[in-house]
Ligand binder design. Structure first.
Ligand code: SF4
Length: 177
């Protein structure tokens, strides 16, 4: 078993917080183990919970279309939480504390060059900065990776005026591919 497979096995049987009870299934990371770029979102949504794949709903389509069908195959996509919070509510502090150990393992195994944190939950966890607009303008370092903060594509869907900035940040990160 590879390192990731071992982590996936652990996630599938995890009951470290209550979220497993409400979810249809776990949503594991997706992408090559030698990916130079890791994308980290908040948690699975309705479509992700249904299919078991990260970023496959409307927001995921926006992300995947922005990166492009060729480059997306070179990127590893995951979330801070591996089970969907009921009704897509914000994850609680305890849930993030319970689940983030899996993200740390994923980073340890993949050793990405760049991590793109999408949205405030991933941004806060990886940068320690509370305000996403502040983090968006800076660069951080986490476990040896450069961290770039971007808006969550769901926020871009709600406010399409963010799209240009969102795309520019994705393009900036993809230079590393
Ligand atoms: S959300 Fe994370 S910590 Fe909570 S049960 Fe699922 S895998 Fe375990």
């Amino acid at each position: 078993m590879t390192g990731l497979e071992e982590i996936y096995k652990e996630i599938k049987s995890c009951k470290n917080c209550n979220l497993w009870q409400y979810a249809t299934q776990t949503v594991l990371g997706e992408g090559p183990q030698d990916a130079k770029i890791m994308i980290v979102g908040e948690a699975p949504g309705k479509e992700e919970d249904r299919t078991g794949r990260p970023f496959v709903g409307r927001a995921g389509k926006l992300l995947r279309d922005t990166i492009g069908s060729y480059l997306i195959k070179k990127v590893y996509i995951t979330n801070v939480l591996k089970h969907r919070p009921p009704n897509n509510r914000k994850p609680k502090k305890g849930e993030i504390e319970a689940c983030s150990k899996f993200l740390l393992e994923e980073i340890k195994i993949l050793k990405p060059k760049v991590i793109i944190a999408l949205g405030s939950t991933a941004s806060k966890f990886l940068t320690g900065e509370e305000k996403i607009n502040v983090a968006f303008e800076k660069e951080y370092e986490f476990m040896g990776a450069k961290v770039l903060v971007n808006y969550h594509p769901a926020a871009v869907l709600r406010n399409p005026r963010l799209y240009d900035k969102f795309k520019k940040k994705i393009d900036e990160a993809c230079v590393n591919l």
